[in-house]
Design a protein. Structure first.
Length: 476
């Protein structure tokens, strides 16, 4: 009897080198420099007796920006990014020679990159976007910019000039997507060219000025080997999930905010074969599927006249007419959940989605609530029968106190008993004693899942002791 062995999907991600310089940003072509040192000091040191304060540097940057913009309007084709960049560098050198300011080479390079970022990129936060060690960027009005690195929040010394400056950057982000933001429509979801997710809220909804939240995604998608190496999941649990996805089980990836749900969903989707037709449905495109037959669909908000909205639910309904082998919904959060259940219960196996919840059992309650939001007059038992018949596995993720993301439970849905949906934990994040120390890891619970019948029909077999709980001798 063949036994499934997880094969690597490709080489491990190369180690990231934050000190590497001279790389063009994938978003804007703005030079990515080693910015960690640049963010530690907001005030340039005086040179040769010249008092160069932060305020004077800011004024100098505004003057250079205005002069260069005036020259560019008449001298180059603004659609040619490379040509524009070269012209900016030439004009920067010319206008700097006219200024009575002495800067060393590092300060001059920093100022030049800031001016280029104001014209071609996203202003003060461009250096953060270029920095691969930064996973989230939070602009709280013009005076505060926070970042997340390795799961920890840190306040930077970066700031904007005023609210208008923040709004210019916001418009630069949303305009290419056909979105708009103003007092009549003060919230918007958008994305950067590299797929990073952006949320914007402006006054009057915020009292501190315009806010921007950017969640960045790795330029090189994480693989299963990356997650195992980082301790997000164990090798044994990943082997089981790989077989489950290939066998066409329906999976929910659940967890709290910023627990790594989308990243993990992206890894699970990498196990789908290239000969299947995959439809992805998202509010803002985030998934980075590498298969050849992928049709990404993105919801559209209403326009300025209040018409033209295409919701996630509309896309789910339409996807059923597109001959899908797999339907992947980036996140179920509303009435589209009912249509997703209908699809799973009418022969569309292998569907996956994410849900915000507080635990595996709470995930089922969240799904029930979202089905009720569709406005259908269904009894609760009927909804629970739909849920228990639709989903096979729940993968629950948490962000721990140290900032790391972990899979803390893999649970199987077994069906209904009376009014209750039955569930059993296949893997659980438990504390164990090892070498005199207490450690926590994802361990099998000694229960062979009923879904193994489905895996074995697809020729994915596990050894008889695969799900044996360590030290228990196992039970079937």
């Amino acid at each position: 009897m063949p036994v499934i062995r997880r094969s690597t999907s490709g080489p491990l991600r190369p180690p990231e080198n934050p000190a590497q310089t001279g790389i063009l940003s994938a978003q804007t072509g703005v030079l990515a420099t080693n910015t960690s040192a640049l963010r530690t000091s907001a005030v340039l040191q005086p040179q040769r007796g010249t008092s160069t304060t932060e305020q004077s540097i800011s004024q100098l940057k505004q003057r250079l920006h205005s002069k260069i913009i005036s020259e560019l309007r008449d001298s180059v084709d603004l659609s040619d990014d490379i040509g524009v960049r070269k012209e900016i560098e030439r004009l920067f050198g010319r206008f700097m020679s006219e200024e009575d300011v002495i800067l060393n080479r590092t300060e001059r390079a920093k100022l030049q990159n800031q001016v280029i970022a104001e014209i071609l990129g996203y202003g003060p936060i461009q250096e953060l976007i270029n920095d691969d060690t930064v996973s989230e960027i939070m602009v709280n009005g013009p005076s505060q910019v926070w970042i997340e690195q390795e799961g920890r929040l840190t306040r930077t010394d970066i700031h904007f000039q005023d609210d208008e400056h923040v709004m210019r950057i916001i418009n630069r982000i949303v305009a290419p997507l056909g979105r708009h933001v103003d007092e009549a429509s003060p919230m918007v979801d958008a994305r950067l060219p590299d797929g990073s997710r952006v949320n914007v809220v402006i006054p009057p909804l915020t009292l501190i000025g315009p806010t921007i939240s950017i969640r960045k995604f790795s330029k090189v998608p994480f693989t299963a080997d990356d997650l195992i190496r980082m301790g997000t999941i164990t090798e044994k649990a990943m082997v089981f999930l790989e077989g489950a996805v290939k066998a066409g089980t329906n999976v929910i990836v659940a967890g709290g905010t910023s627990s790594g749900k989308t990243t993990f969903l992206n890894v699970l989707s990498s196990f789908i074969s290239n000969d299947e037709r995959i439809i992805t449905i998202e509010d803002a495109a985030e998934l980075q599927l590498q298969q050849v037959h992928v049709i990404p669909l993105e919801a559209r908000p209403m326009n300025i006249e209040g018409a033209g909205e295409i919701s996630i639910r509309d896309l789910v309904v339409n996807s059923l007419r597109m001959r899908p082998d797999r339907i992947i919904v980036g996140e179920c959060r509303n009435k589209e959940t009912l249509d997703m259940l209908q699809a799973m219960n009418t022969g569309h196996d292998g569907c996956m989605t994410t849900v915000h919840s507080n635990g595996p059992r709470d995930t089922l309650s969240r799904v029930e609530t979202m089905v009720l939001m569709a406005g259908t007059d269904l009894p609760l038992r009927a909804i629970r029968e739909q849920v228990s018949g639709a989903f096979d596995l729940i993968v629950y993720m948490e962000r721990l106190d140290d900032g790391s993301r972990k899979v803390t439970s893999i649970a199987e849905i077994l069906g209904m008993e009376d009014e209750t949906i039955l569930m059993q934990h296949i893997f659980q994040y438990d504390a164990i004693e090892r070498d005199g120390r207490t450690i926590r890891e994802l361990r099998p619970q000694g229960l062979r899942p009923a879904v193994m019948r489905k895996l074995e029909r697809a020729n994915h077999y596990m050894p008889t002791d695969f799900f044996e709980a360590p030290g228990s001798g196992g039970r079937r």
